[in-house]
Design a protein around this ligand. Structure first.
Ligand SMILES: NC(=O)c1ccc[n+]([C@@H]2O[C@H](COP(=O)([O-])OP(=O)(O)OC[C@H]3O[C@@H](n4cnc5c(N)ncnc54)[C@H](OP(=O)(O)O)[C@@H]3O)[C@@H](O)[C@H]2O)c1
Length: 288
């Protein structure tokens, strides 16, 4: 297939280009090639070399910063998918929009693909608007919600905790937010299955299993040969952030299974592989 990957310099975009590029004709475009919030940039990037399918990994991903930079966050997360949807409609090519667990309110014990959306922060609202833009497309579309992403990139929770463990004897991490840590490599494999199958609709793509940030941090300590007891649990109220976070954003993935996407690796296994990559010296973004 001929596939265009937007946001190719981002954490997920890099993994998607690597995965799809092994089996398909892939063109990656980043911000340097055009600002996709501008309709004319989005259109010319696509029509000058039309793909069969676009995977949109370009986004504003600063959850807390979105509260203070509302226009920029909304432009990136709502206008980019809307602009791509318009040009896909013109050319008849498919679009995969990456979305987030943060479109959900966080009550209950998890969310299905068609659970009602009701974000608790502005970032979640911007991603919700992006979903709406894609859902109104006539051309084939997919929305793939993921969560708690980590992978070879400059910034993620695994890197942050690993660095903090080197600097401090003890850490406190919130233990009342629950989600599905997801390795970009494993999500890229899910995306390959969905794109090449041309399936339509909303899907949830995460690693298997759920945990709290505290449990995730302890697993990171174990991977780094540190004492997990050095990490203590706390409540969200003890760690205030500009953006509220859903208490539970676990994503159930029955639609993925229905389209033959086999069992995904457990998040603990995925973490082991990523920490192995960091330790190997082969990571594009090694720890300093
Ligand atoms: N990270 C997570 O934990 C997480 C969780 C759930 C869902 N997601 C979703 O997963 C997707 C990928 O996330 P990620 O962590 O890989 O993000 P990322 O590393 O921040 O990458 C996003 C990319 O989009 C580019 N971009 C931003 N604005 C642009 C514009 N106007 N035109 C063109 N490119 C633009 C950025 O370029 P610059 O870096 O040059 O600005 C960056 O390379 C996003 O849709 C995100 O909402 C992420």
């Amino acid at each position: 297939m001929k596939i265009l990957v937007t946001g190719c310099e981002g954490m997920l975009g890099r993994a998607v280009v690597a995965r799809l590029g092994a089996h398909h004709v892939v063109r990656g475009v980043g911000l340097a090639q055009g600002d996709l919030t501008k309709p004319e940039h989005a259109r010319s990037l696509v029509v000058n070399d039309p793909p069969e399918w676009i995977v949109n990994c370009a986004a504003w991903t600063g959850v807390d910063a979105a509260e203070d930079h509302r226009d920029e966050a909304m432009a990136a997360n709502a206008l980019i998918p809307a602009n791509l949807a318009a040009v896909c409609g013109e050319l008849g090519c498919g679009l995969t929009q990456i979305s987030t667990d943060y479109v959900f309110p966080g009550n209950g014990d998890g969310f299905d693909e068609d659970s009602p959306r009701c974000p608790v922060n502005f970032y979640g609202l911007t991603k919700y608007r992006g979903e709406e833009a894609v859902q109104s497309m006539a051309a084939p579309w997919q929305i793939v919600r993921t969560s708690w992403l980590f992978g070879d990139g400059p910034q993620n929770f695994v890197r942050t905790i690993t660095k903090l463990l080197r600097e401090r004897p003890s850490l406190t991490v919130v233990n009342d937010q629950r989600g599905n840590p997801t390795y970009t490599e494993d999500l890229a494999a899910v995306l390959e299955h969905l794109v090449t199958g041309g399936y339509r609709g909303i899907f949830h793509g995460t690693n298997a299993g759920a945990c709290t940030w505290f449990e995730f941090a302890r697993a990171i300590a174990e991977e780094n040969g540190c004492d997990p007891e050095g990490i203590s649990p706390c409540a969200s109220e003890q760690y205030p952030t500009p953006a509220a976070r859903p208490r539970c954003s676990v994503l159930r993935s029955s639609r993925l299974e229905a389209v033959g996407c086999g069992p995904r690796p457990a998040w603990r296994d995925a973490l082991h592989r990523y920490c192995g990559l960091l330790a190997s010296g082969r990571a594009a973004f090694p720890l300093a």
